[in-house]
Design a protein around this ligand. Sequence first.
Ligand SMILES: Cc1cc2nc3c(=O)[nH]c(=O)nc-3n(C[C@H](O)[C@H](O)[C@H](O)COP(=O)(O)O)c2cc1C
Length: 206
Amino acid sequence: MKGIAVQRRPQAENAASQREGVKMNKTLVVFYSNTGNNRYLAERIARSLDGDIEQIRPWISPFFFVFLSSVLKTGPGIRALKHQLNSYDTVILCGPLWMGMLLAPLRNFVGKYKNVINTFYFVTCCGSSDAQKDDKFGHGKVFSILRDLAGGKLVHCEAFPIVLVVPKDKIGDGNAIMKSRLSDENFKGEILRRFDAFIKFLSSRP
Ligand SMILES: Cc1cc2nc3c(=O)[nH]c(=O)nc-3n(C[C@H](O)[C@H](O)[C@H](O)COP(=O)(O)O)c2cc1C
């Protein structure tokens, strides 16, 4: 795997996440992450598909500038990626949502590369739950923005709400939700089931 160092996971984890028997074309996972959730998800997807991975690096990366660029839909943009995107059958874009916005680094990525990408998917570990999908700050709204921007190249969007790893007694606690971080310890149960289904879906493409 190129781009950033990603450790290999022990074999035993689960059937769909393993390379054995998985028919995959060449895949690149591209991610932006501020607090690590989407990095974790991107690394896990890349590992499961034996794909390559690269981080999107904004020219100016502090939170405030990324937030402002996202609000204004303008800004200095992102550094060029090292991987040749047109050499991949599939690109998986992974990143968070803020205030119902498509973040500037993700928007910049789509604007810069959509014409050279063959097909791409968007995956997010977000704060909105399935029930909040169509709310003002829900992931459904951001998926629509992305579809409009990307045109027919965007095949599918998938959300992994962080609430899936929040302990049951903290599910109504907004602060606990915002502070939750994906880890090997909590990536279990429903989120793992969804993840495996997603990997299986990707793997079964013609
Ligand atoms: C300023 C801010 C605004 C956010 N707004 C939203 C939102 O509108 N919708 C949502 O689903 N999640 C929202 N979130 C939650 C993040 O998408 C979620 O915590 C994500 O997992 C963070 O990803 P990261 O660790 O890769 O940066 C917001 C988080 C922050 C910090």
